[in-house]
Design a protein around this ligand. Sequence first.
Ligand SMILES: Nc1ncnc2c1ncn2[C@@H]1O[C@H](COP(=O)(O)OP(=O)(O)OP(=O)(O)O)[C@@H](O)[C@H]1O
Ligand SMILES: [Mg+2]
Length: 386
Amino acid sequence: MIRFEHVTKRYADGEAVVKDLSFEVTEGELVTLVGPSGCGKTTTMKMVNRLTEPTSGRILLAGEDVSTVDPVRLRRRIGYVIQQVGLFPHKTVLENTATVPHLLGWQRKKSRERAAELLDLVGLDPAVFGDRYPEQLSGGQRQRVGVARALAADPPVLLLDEPFGAVDPVVREHLQNEFLKLQSQVRKTILFVTHDIEEAVRLGDRIAVYGDGAIEQFAAPSTVLGAPASPYVADFVGADRGLKRLSVTPIEPGDLEQPPVVHLDDPLSRAAAALDGEGARWAVVLDDQGHLHGWLSAEAAGRPEEGPVRGHARRMEAWLPVGSSLKQAFSTMLQHDAGWIAVLDGARFLGVLTPARLHEALRRSIDADANEIPREAVALESVSSV
Ligand SMILES: Nc1ncnc2c1ncn2[C@@H]1O[C@H](COP(=O)(O)OP(=O)(O)OP(=O)(O)O)[C@@H](O)[C@H]1O
Ligand SMILES: [Mg+2]
């Protein structure tokens, strides 16, 4: 959808700030462009909507060379949030949001309705915020107006230049979550610039890591974190990349251990036999609908008592849906001080994740990404490094 072909940009004073850049953002994809200050991120973005022109190479938008498209017509198809938001200070929030529809010649009523709808979408009540001026908003609220304004004419493509740059980490995370929710509904093609690797990893379907005007690595977040392409990338993503990677690696059914399973209404003696048979120290207890109830220790099962498991099982609160991140799994273990957590598919019990299995899952997924194969195809014995 947005395709860079050997793009180089040299400003008047000579040095190239973007060097022979080639990559593509596919339709409906969110690519984050991450790199240190001054490496050429904003310049890259501005060449897409022709706020600046490449010195050589070309950029295609939906197959069309942008240098052949009238800039005004081009920009109608591209929502743009400039670095530092850039709201018009003398216009209200509603008027700011309606800027592009207004420029496109929509009727006033229709533009205002659309603006109100978008403010709602980014979590700002138009009745409360619509008539305020930008200076009467917090930094985070201003950034939301910036995003609403970029979406106003429903462009298929968005260029977002550090849209959440000016807010504290808590508000930022909140805005990122809302933004991801929004993107799952609207599926725009997005080039998103940030210098924050955490943000790049959380939001990007793929990440382009910029060195000095050139891409050092272009891959899925998990690959960038697990198998950095160069010492520069490794350094940029940070020494704690293993931890960051936990947050982008999902729990898969193949990661799970299968302890003995007993039911609330099973006789205790049968449960004891099942545990004994497998030499297990505990069993998972399911209720009569097959939903997770808790667990039963071998010790409790071994009591010389009649009656069902029900009276001896303990409740288990530490569980997660399959597909949750390994980071969530780790954090749930810590929060419940649990040696394992149950993993469910809807209400169905799939198995348990233990710290050892979590570690294995991480190692396998790193190797799988490095070799571009599915995780289950990696034999743990063959895993090269963590
Ligand atoms: N109009 C211009 N004329 C000359 N040099 C420029 C111009 N705009 C940007 N530059 C230079 O080009 C380089 C890249 O700038 P750019 O704005 O693309 O960086 P960036 O990666 O977006 O940085 P930041 O993270 O600080 O926003 C910088 O060294 C900058 O000084
Ligand atoms: Mg910039």
